[in-house]
Design a protein around this ligand. Structure first.
Ligand code: PHE
Length: 350
């Protein structure tokens, strides 16, 4: 073994056993630096004849590249270790179980979301999702509301002016309907899906909050029409409100994305200060629905000569408030412990 080979072996050994980034830096300097071990060898080159110079020089070069390679991979290894250690030391266990003396409550929206998902899945609906930050194209244009359509103004939209591209301005979606188009574009019919999600409109009082939630159900199939819509909504509402005799009234209405369109009312009466569904002659509106407009199906790339669609939409907080007697919409979004203790559900009923 030459002296250079011995030096190389000892340097590689030092690098291999180094366990810390600072020490590695010092080691690197001691080997490759200006006054390092290799530099000493280079100084000797001038005393050699040209052939020996060439041979010795190439040995030094391969030593240099070998050691540089090892130093770099060691550096990478130590950096990864350091990051892992940091992540481990900063780890917060958010899955800690609730304290037994304070078990927490299930939010009414979570409870109702689950109830609704269960009923809709029993009709064969699956879940579809879309982004909260939408653009004008999916939120309006593809929902049969072209530029300057008066219905756009009805939605009190939060626009994000700075972010605009080919699909128009970005905005906070004003309804869950853009999920219809996104799902039609990424799947082939027949389709049967629902979405539940947050929507945003610039409005604030006891019955309006700038953020609220909608549920939307969609079917795109062959030979589907208004009669199917009537059956599904009647069955859904009777099951959801746990009222077998619930009366359902379809009132003719207008939405740009459905034709014909209807709003759905259910009957109720106040008994001992409480609302009871399925009796009495008073009516409450709970839902918007209709047969999907062919323009919307076209935007979703659906062959309108073969398929039709039906759609319905609910306000989730409204359904929840009606079923569980929650008075003010604002409480849903305020972090008030008293509210969740009053209206939340114990974990065991889940
Ligand atoms: N997107 C409508 C709204 O926000 C609700 C709706 C959905 C109506 C589906 C009909 C069909 O007002």
């Amino acid at each position: 073994m030459t002296e250079l080979e011995r030096l190389q072996a000892s340097c590689l050994f030092e690098v291999a056993r180094c366990g810390d980034l600072k020490k590695l830096d010092i080691l690197k300097n001691a080997i490759l630096g200006k006054n390092g071990k290799i530099a000493e060898y280079v100084k000797e080159l001038k005393n050699l004849n040209s052939e020996a110079k060439r041979k010795f020089g190439s040995e030094i070069n391969s030593f240099k590249s070998k050691i540089t390679e090892e130093l770099n991979s060691k550096k990478q290894e130590l950096k990864t270790k350091e990051l892992e250690g940091k992540l481990l030391s900063e780890f917060v266990d958010v899955s800690l179980p609730p304290r037994p003396d304070h078990p927490g409550r299930i939010h009414p929206l979570t409870k109702v979301e689950e109830e609704i998902s269960n009923i809709l899945s029993s009709y064969g609906f699956s879940f579809a999702d879309g982004p909260d930050i939408e653009n004008e194209y999916f939120n309006f244009t593809a929902m049969n509301m072209p530029d300057h359509h008066p219905a756009r103004a009805m939605h009190d939209t939060f626009y994000i002016q700075q972010l605009a591209d080919n699909n128009g301005r970005k905005l906070l979606r004003t309804h869950t309907s853009p999920v219809q188009i996104r799902t039609m574009l990424s799947n082939k019919p027949p389709l049967r899906f629902f979405s539940i999600g947050r929507v945003y409109r610039s409005d604030y009082d006891a019955t309006h909050t700038p953020m609220f939630s909608q549920i939307e159900g969609i079917i795109v199939e062959k030979n589907i029409g208004f009669s199917h819509l009537k059956w599904i909504l009647s069955d859904f509402l009777r099951r959801f409100f746990e009222a077998k005799n619930l009366k359902i009234r379809f009132r003719s209405s207008f939405f740009p994305f459905t034709e014909p369109s209807a709003e759905v009312d259910i009957n109720y009466e106040i008994q001992d200060g409480k609302i009871v569904f399925g009796i009495g002659e008073k009516w409450l509106e709970v839902c918007g629905c209709g047969v999907i407009h062919p323009n919307v199906l076209n935007y979703g790339d659906v062959d309108v000569t073969k398929y039709q669609g039906i759609a319905f939409g609910f306000g989730l907080e409204r359904l929840t408030s009606l079923k569980y007697g929650i008075p003010d919409l604002r409480g849903y979004f305020e972090p008030d412990e008293r509210w969740i203790s009053t209206f939340g559900f114990p974990f065991s009923t889940k």
